[in-house]
Design a binder for this molecule. Structure first.
Ligand code: NAD
Length: 489
């Protein structure tokens, strides 16, 4: 059931594809339905693109590229700044829309609008700061010019868990660099991207610079775009297996790629940690987004001397959480995205228990409409349990213990992933050792949340390639040219 405000908001969200600056139905008028995971109710039907719609989007991005690349950096910067300002005006609408289609509590959805908006502001500031170099070669016989150029039309594929921020983290740097884009959001949460495309149009983004295709057949629509010789760049955020398949497809055209993939973050609590900070950090990293974040801590690795106290405190706090639809006051834990996610969380807990783990609280799906799973704490998780190897992507906090620093490092690094790690210690030298020893692209040292538009977000190992945000982010959409000229004297 949706109230009046929700009905009005949903009616104002476009339900068609955005191609070449026009809203249009999918080929054959096909549609797909978006549902609210908190109720299971259908909320809106939108266009379901075919491969030929994908080609039209690629045509538009390719046609618009030369003119957009030729605009001044200041002009692109000002359009992005207008988009940021418009987002501030519409922040409550964007937050509510994300809560409806994805399920996160409204307070967290507001946090995502702030976080997602920062990428637009950051890259509006970065656009005019792209620089080159000029200098003599070592022999003194020539002058070297190093310049930066937009890579060309880009294909952006985003996941369902952060519907706004994953889109702005790609669109903003691409546009700042002078690239045009086709974006394909996840079929589970496409409404935010459609609403954002309308905002970009209102902000003055020229026709064809941003194109949106929504589809229930991701693979069939995406592959021809990735294999289109006019495409120059693929930026993907999602699971590692899909990222691997897309890298194979990208090899044919030797595409530039950015891959923000899965994680299996360790959260290490040493015996000298400030436990108040560690407990706050644990709850922030584990239960934000109902545990459905690539940066969510997956394995809590806690020193044996403090593990009981840590488990007791997190369990007590988790028992105070309130489950419900994210629009309701006081709700801290919304639904998981779908039935598969609930089944996965249930399997991981069951497998851990079978191998000797103890459930301190939660552990089961919730009997009510929608796809809810109880916030859960499990302790004494044994080596070999699936929960230590697989991305949980749900509200389950799994604890293992260790005795020595070397053992903590070995457990933390014992994964093919390397996105982020969290370390809690009051010992400065130990904190510095962890920076050097943990194999992850990011680290929270005495903090449970690291994301920031000004920082280079990205993983090591099978967590990905490239960085989003920071000074690095725009370079994912730029290519370098070196020119040699003679010594002018
Ligand atoms: P997913 O890989 O199933 O889907 C991601 C996107 O790819 C969606 O748009 C989907 O429609 C599309 N897709 C799926 N199969 C495809 C195919 N064969 N060809 C083309 N497109 C295809 O991931 P998800 O379930 O939407 O998101 C969860 C995953 O994303 C988790 O693994 C999480 O860790 C990861 N993630 C990573 C980051 C990061 O920055 N590293 C951020 C958020 C999410």
């Amino acid at each position: 059931m949706t109230d009046n405000r929700e009905t009005q908001l949903l009616a104002s969200v476009p339900n068609e594809l955005f191609i070449g600056g026009e809203w249009r139905a999918a080929e054959g008028g096909k549609t797909l339905t978006v549902s609210d995971p908190a109720t299971g109710d259908a909320v809106k039907a939108i266009a379901d693109a075919s491969p030929s719609d994908g080609k039209s989007a690629m045509d538009a991005a390719s046609d618009a590229f030369p003119a957009w690349a030729a605009t001044s950096a200041r002009e692109r910067s000002e359009i992005l700044r207008r988009a940021f300002d418009l987002l501030q005006e519409l922040k409550e609408d964007f937050a509510l829309l994300m809560t409806i289609e994805m399920g996160k509590p409204l307070a967290e959805a507001r946090g995502e609008v702030a976080y997602g908006g920062e990428f637009i502001r950051w890259f509006s500031e970065e656009a005019p700061r792209v620089q080159g170099r000029y200098g003599a070669n070592p022999e003194g016989t020539g002058r070297m010019i190093v310049s930066q150029h937009p890579v060309g039309p880009c294909f952006l594929i985003t996941p369902w868990n952060f519907p706004l921020a994953m889109a702005t983290r790609k669109i903003a740097p691409a546009l700042a660099a002078g690239c045009t884009v086709v974006i394909k959001p996840a079929a589970l949460t496409p409404l935010t991207t459609l609403f954002f495309a309308k905002l970009l149009d209102d902000a003055g983004v020229p026709k064809g610079v941003v194109n949106v295709i929504t589809t229930s057949t991701s693979s069939a629509v995406s592959e021809p775009i990735i294999r289109d010789p006019r495409l120059r760049k693929l930026s993907f955020t999602g699971s590692t297996p899909v990222g691997q398949a897309l890298l194979e497809q990208s090899a044919q055209g030797v595409l530039r790629t950015s891959m923000e993939l899965g994680g299996n973050a360790p959260f290490v609590v040493f015996e000298d940690a400030d436990l108040d900070k560690a407990v706050d950090g644990a709850l922030a990293t584990k239960f934000r987004n109902i545990g459905q974040a690539c940066t969510a801590a997956n394995r809590f690795v806690v020193h044996r001397s403090v593990v009981d106290e840590f488990a007791r405190r997190v369990t007590e706090r988790v028992q105070g959480f309130s489950i419900g639809r994210g629009t309701e006051d006081g709700v801290t834990v919304g639904p998981l995205i779908d039935d598969r996610a609930v089944a996965k969380a249930a399997h991981l807990v069951e497998d851990a228990v079978k191998r000797g783990a103890q459930v301190r609280t939660g552990g089961s799906a919730v009997e009510r409409p929608g796809t809810f799973f109880e916030p859960t704490v499990v302790t004494d998780v044994q080596p070999g349990s699936d929960i230590l190897r697989e991305e949980i992507f749900g509200p389950v906090l799994a604890i293992v213990s260790f005795d020595t620093e070397d053992e903590a490092v070995r457990i933390a690094n014992d994964t093919e992933y390397g996105l982020v790690s969290y370390v809690f210690t009051e010992n400065l030298a130990r904190g510095q050792r962890m920076i050097e020893r943990l194999e992850t692209g990011m680290m929270g040292l005495n903090l449970g949340v690291v994301s920031n538009a000004a920082a280079p977000f990205g993983g090591w190992k099978m967590s990905g390639l490239g960085r989003e945000g920071g000074a690095e982010g725009i370079h994912e959409y730029l290519q370098t040219k070196y020119t040699l000229t003679p010594n002018p004297y």
